[in-house]
Design a protein around this ligand. Structure first.
Ligand SMILES: [Zn+2]
Length: 249
């Protein structure tokens, strides 16, 4: 019987041992390749990823949602940058964000440790901006920061993919298109849509969500609102997609 080279030099291993080891290795390979990564949709997930990043919490709760993912898909995301940005917006509205920014908090530590990160955040600081209602009424001013969309939206898309997987048991297709809005005023049909949405995953004053997943006329409509540190709200529409007769997108 032909044996792979790595066994031929070891005469203490019987053929039976080799067979057992091969079967066990094949089982491990099968297990690994059958599990889909919720971020990219491909099989071969080799870790579990926190859908709402652990670093967003001063003390992560035990029940933080995790899903199977590739380590490489998770490592591509700049969640520390996103956490620093959102916690800076929410410092006055969330005790958790204030804690992250305190002298002993992780945001301060990450800025002290990571000089390029600190520089990129400071470069985005802008003077206060004037805010107006949709009808043009002056509402006052608010601090502003210019942020790097390419570092923020991939992490937010990952969260929407994870929340969709958690609430529906299905994966959003890889090629799906996301459309985002930031801190939109709620009025008219936008307000009606938001009020129609169901409450979703919620972690204290750090994260809350509302969502719509509706199937009608062979189309699936998906919308999500993500609110961080009781301040910043990202609205996400997923372009409607055709579904089959069983309701499977
Ligand atoms: Zn992946």
């Amino acid at each position: 019987m032909f044996l792979p080279a790595r066994f031929c030099f070891d005469e203490s291993k019987s053929v039976m041992t080799w067979l057992i080891l091969e079967v066990m290795a094949a089982k491990r390979r099968r297990k690994r390749t059958n599990v889909a990564c919720y971020i990219c949709g491909f099989t071969g997930a080799d870790t579990r990823d926190h859908v709402i990043p652990q670093c967003f919490f001063p003390a992560p709760p035990q029940n933080l949602l995790t899903l199977p993912a590739h380590l490489s898909c998770h490592h591509r995301l700049d969640e520390e940058y996103v956490r620093n940005l959102l916690a800076s917006f929410g410092r006055d509205s969330s005790a958790a964000a204030a804690h992250l920014w305190s002298s002993t908090g992780t945001v301060r530590r990450s800025f002290a440790r990571n000089v390029p990160l600190r520089r990129s955040m400071l470069a985005g600081m802008m003077p206060r901006v004037e805010m107006f209602s949709p009808g043009g009424i002056y509402l006052g001013d608010a601090p502003a920061i210019r942020f790097d969309r390419t570092r923020v939206y991939p992490s937010l898309e990952k969260m929407v993919r994870g929340l969709y997987r958690y609430h529906t048991g299905r994966l959003l297709p890889r090629e799906v298109r996301f459309s985002w809005g930031l801190d939109e005023m709620l009025y008219g049909i936008g307000e009606q849509t938001f009020r129609y949405a169901s409450p979703g995953l919620h972690y204290g004053d750090i994260f809350e969500s509302r969502y719509i997943v509706e199937q009608e006329n062979r189309l699936e409509v998906v919308a999500w609102w993500l609110r961080f540190y009781q301040w910043t709200v990202f609205r996400c529409f997923v372009a409607p997609r055709a579904i089959d007769e069983e309701g499977t997108p």
